[in-house]
Design a binder for this molecule. Structure first.
Ligand code: ADP
Length: 421
């Protein structure tokens, strides 16, 4: 049995979060980084997610990338497509959610699609078309001041209507509460009335399961990770995917262990304190890197350190230290020096026998993944909410955990290795 669900995600960590949800619902899931090179064998999986970086690029480019992803997914067996974006509906009047959804609909010949970023587990709920984050309306949260996609209006019907020429309607919670048949009838009605999009209310996981059932035959579904919860059951009931699946079946990866941290978030700084009190630790600073610090030597020292457990290398620093580095070197150059150094250390250490790797930081993970020639990830068991253990596809087979800065408990860096295959 091959791929049945093809998903297109507008950023890397969002893609991993979605894959984590699919695995927990029993689908064998692979995340690919960008549309793969034709030489890459089609992964053996029930669901394949193509992770793009299309959330905030110009809409035309986001559309072009998404269409290329769609073409690959359909050519390789996907019978349903899920377009995944952030659970806070991150977008502007120019897009990219509306334009990408419209382009995918056109390519699939679909006349109605749905939008549902709800993810009750993380506090994102939708009621009467209004998106809540915890107890607050979206427009009253920190998202109001987001540097790239400020969200000032909580009405998803209005937000999406500004991004699409198709009419946007609503399936409200009173309908969802009546069950999947009621949702299906309402969608038929909305289409008959001339709507091309429908925002879906959902305030609890049960609602997402009802919606998943109702969407079984819709060629294109769009939403956050939450909407993916109810889709796997449809494939299982139709005999298109096996029982079990999920995180099972990843190969065990033996080899040395390394933690690389470039995130300066509070959670990561706590994890660094916890680990550095227990295991060999190396620190880099952007100023030293700018003065020609020899990263090959640091990699050599890491490989000579106690091999009986993980070693930590980090550049993360407090807000004050980061500000000082940025004042001296410029924000971009400071970040680039650190990312390049950590990526090079990852490359040299893998050459030297490291096979099990934890990386902290979204941008840092991106840099490391590129340096290691990784083209995809087979997704395994969840370590902490939103962070699964993975095995890489590409130049090397590595056990990996890639976490965005704020995720994970204080002992994440050591505990991750117990969950990794
Ligand atoms: P997060 O997921 O927490 O946002 P990222 O890796 O995406 O983490 O971003 C952290 C950024 O901070 C990276 O660009 C990294 O290179 C940079 N950085 C790390 N340490 C320092 C430091 N000491 N001074 C300045 N910038 C740093």
């Amino acid at each position: 049995m091959g791929m049945v669900l093809g998903t297109i995600a507008d950023d890397f960590t969002g893609a991993t979060d979605l894959c984590n949800t699919l695995v927990r619902q029993g689908m064998r899931t692979v995340q690919l980084i960008d549309v793969p090179d034709p030489s890459l064998p089609v992964p053996d999986a029930d669901a394949v997610t193509i992770a793009l970086k299309s959330r905030t690029i110009p809409a035309g480019e986001a559309v072009a990338q998404s269409l290329r992803a769609l073409e690959w997914l359909r050519a390789n067996g996907a019978v349903q497509i899920l377009f995944k974006y952030c659970s806070t509906f991150d977008s502007t009047d120019r897009g990219n959610i509306g334009p990408v959804a419209d382009a995918l609909m056109d390519a699939l010949g679909s006349r109605l699609t749905v939008e549902c970023p709800a993810f009750p587990e993380t506090g994102r709920t939708i009621y009467k078309g209004h998106l809540f984050v915890g107890d607050a309306l979206l427009g009253d949260t920190h998202m109001r001041h987001h540097p790239l996609t400020p969200m000032t209006d909580s009405s998803l019907v209005r937000v999406l209507q500004a991004q699409t020429p198709r009419r946007v309607g609503l399936v409200d919670h009173a309908v969802v509460a009546k069950g999947a048949d009621a949702v299906r009838s309402r969608l038929v009605e909305l289409e008959r009335e001339g709507h091309g999009h429908a925002i879906l209310d959902a305030i609890a996981d049960e609602d997402l399961m009802v919606l998943g059932e109702a969407l079984a035959d819709m060629p294109l579904v769009t939403g956050g990770s939450g909407i993916a919860m109810g889709l796997p059951r449809n494939f299982r009931e139709r005999g298109l995917i096996g029982e079990g699946g999920g995180a099972a079946g990843l190969p065990a990866i033996a080899g040395r262990e390394l933690v690389i941290a470039g995130s300066c978030s509070a959670a990561t700084l706590g994890q660094i304190d916890h680990m550095s009190a227990r295991r060999p630790t190396f620190r880099l600073s952007p100023q030293e890197l700018a003065n020609g610090h020899d990263v090959a030597r640091t990699a050599g020292e890491i490989l000579k350190a106690d091999a009986d457990g993980p070693v930590l290398v980090y550049a993360s620093a407090s807000g004050e230290e980061v500000a000082a580095a940025q004042a001296a070197l410029g924000r971009e150059r400071a970040g680039e020096l650190v990312e390049n150094a950590l990526a090079e250390i990852a490359r040299l250490c893998v050459e030297g026998g490291v096979r099990r790797l934890v990386v902290a930081g979204g941008e840092t993970s991106g840099a490391v993944v590129r340096a290691l020639g990784i083209s995809g990830l087979r997704i395994g068991a969840q370590i902490d909410p939103g962070v699964p253990a993975c095995v890489s596809i590409g130049r090397h087979e590595l056990a990996l955990a890639l976490k965005s800065g704020n995720f994970g408990g204080v002992d994440f860096f050591t505990r991750a290795f117990e969950v990794m295959p």
